[in-house]
Ligand binder design. Structure first.
Ligand code: FES
Length: 139
């Protein structure tokens, strides 16, 4: 009887461990694929340039972050990329000096997503931006 109880406990413990491990993988999958790396996957993000919250976009070199997307005015042309750096999946990407730049360890990406240094070797997810009047559509 006692040995049966022990076996059962060991069995449940082993199930629990496996459950925890699977959960971790599952969470990592959601975090990287759905929420972080492709936050507007399957849809689009609309930015109104007339909205004062987006005023930074009216200046060359200015940028905003909306829905984990970095949108920037690059010499009068709008560019957009994920805020999540491909180096360690951290939301630290900003726009600086005509490049996307991660403030965590210094990864630098071109506006087409090409990595410009070692920490940026995996590149950066870039979105397309179209403009109609004051409205930017990022997809
Ligand atoms: S997380 Fe961006 S450079 Fe390391």
């Amino acid at each position: 009887m006692n040995s049966e109880k022990i076996k059962r406990n060991e069995f449940l413990k082993s199930l629990g461990f496996k459950g925890t491990a699977l959960f971790a993988v599952y969470c990592t999958g959601i975090s990287c694929t759905t929420t972080d790396v492709a936050p507007i996957s399957g849809g689009s993000l609309t930015i109104n340039l007339a909205d004062s919250a987006n005023a930074a976009l009216l200046k060359e070199g200015g940028y905003i972050i909306n829905s984990a997307v970095v949108i920037a005015n690059n010499g009068g042309k709008y560019v957009a990329a994920t805020q999540v750096c491909s180096h360690e999946n951290i939301r630290k990407v900003i726009f600086r000096s005509g490049e996307f730049y991660c403030t965590e360890h210094g990864a630098r990406f071109s506006t087409t997503g090409t990595g410009l240094n070692k920490d940026a070797s995996r590149g950066l997810k870039i979105y397309s931006v179209s403009q109609s009047g004051d409205v930017l559509t990022i997809s």
